[in-house]
Design a binder for this molecule. Structure first.
Ligand SMILES: Cc1cc2nc3c(=O)[nH]c(=O)nc-3n(C[C@H](O)[C@H](O)[C@H](O)COP(=O)(O)O)c2cc1C
Length: 325
């Protein structure tokens, strides 16, 4: 008998497939259907720091976010913090799997107080998606990484539920950051968030949105960094995010050391009904390999010698490109 149970950030999951924060998880009704389709846990659609600050400060976006434009006013005014707490409460009532709240943030300002309400509403954990582009010429290296720790410390001082940090991809050394986050009490790491993709319309000479949904080849950075990080920083759980489009992607993520895989684009593309076959495939693959539970293959392919990572990357790069004339 194959056992798909896993543990992520102190949460017990019946299987390693977590639904990523997105419009897919924006109502209790959708979340109940995702559980029925086989999801192991759900990360709710993010509340943005700006939404909380706007409400808390009773200010307008022009003062706080001068370059935000009309979109921010309309979008933020349309939201209600109470509705988010209701989403947590309703989802908890209708689902038996873990419900993880999500905040998209970039500072540790007053919004962190709201984390208490999220805990009180019954969320099993909170995922902090720390999203900010660093492009100032006056930026000092390491400032953004330090901000992750400050945000974690501030939220940690308010709540007791597990805190999961969803990292962006543009970090110089995710391993060092994960090590510091673990030391500051983070229970889980998600690698990686997907940034807004930009493109250009060359007829209109305008910036336009690039591809919103990922593809399977986007999984590479998560495999690389979970593989290196899980080999180096233990006592913290990892989940892959970005390009898990199949059971194979989830299996690869676990092989490099992840406890779970967050999925989003594949459900937008194929619907909730893709979850069950993914689980069946994982079970079938495990049976074929003689594995009875997830821990028997978790981390089997994590980095073997982290001191040689740089040499390995450099030689593979050299070989890969020198072979292609
Ligand atoms: C339409 C859409 C909405 C999203 N909304 C959020 C969000 O509110 N908060 C968040 O942390 N990530 C959000 N994401 C990012 C996803 O949670 C996920 O990290 C990303 O899409 C990569 O996973 P995937 O390759 O499985 O799609 C969104 C993604 C999409 C496509």
């Amino acid at each position: 008998m194959v056992d798909l149970r896993t543990e992520f950030a102190g949460l017990k999951l019946k299987n390693p497939i977590i639904i990523s924060s997105s419009g897919l998880t924006s109502s209790a009704d959708k979340n109940e259907k995702l559980e029925m389709a086989g999801a192991g846990a759900i990360v709710l659609k993010s509340l943005f720091e700006e939404q909380i600050m706007l409400k808390a400060q009773q200010t307008n976006e022009a003062a706080y976010y001068p370059e935000g434009g009309n979109f921010l006013t309309e979008h933020l005014n349309a939201q209600d913090l109470a509705e988010y707490l209701k989403l947590i409460q309703e989802s908890k009532k209708r689902c038996s799997i873990p419900i993880i709240a999500s905040i998209n943030c970039c500072t540790n300002k007053e919004w962190v107080e709201f984390a208490r309400k999220i805990e009180f509403a019954g969320a099993d954990a909170i995922e902090l998606n720390i999203l900010s582009i660093q492009a100032s010429p006056y930026y000092e290296c390491g400032e953004f990484e330090k901000r992750h720790i400050d945000i974690l410390n501030s939220v940690k001082s308010k709540i007791h539920i597990p805190i999961i940090i969803k990292l962006g991809i543009h970090l110089t050394n995710p391993v060092s950051l994960v090590s510091k986050l673990r030391a500051s009490g983070a229970e889980g790491i998600v690698m990686f968030n997907r940034l807004y993709q930009t493109d250009i319309d060359i007829k209109k000479l305008e910036f336009i949105s690039g591809e919103v949904l990922s593809s399977a080849s986007d999984l590479t950075p998560s495999l690389r960094w979970i593989g290196i990080s899980s080999a180096t920083v233990g006592n913290i759980d990892y989940a892959a995010s970005g390009g898990v489009h199949s059971a194979e992607g989830a299996i690869k993520s676990i092989l490099v050391g992840a406890s779970a895989a967050e999925i989003c684009s594949v459900i937008y593309k194929n619907g909730n009904q893709c979850i069950h076959p993914m689980l069946q495939y994982i079970e079938c693959w495990m049976r074929g390999k003689g594995y009875e539970n997830i821990s028997q293959f978790k981390g089997l392919l994590k980095a073997k010698d982290v001191n040689c990572t740089n040499m390995y990357e450099r030689t593979q790069f050299l070989r890969y490109f020198s072979e292609r004339e």
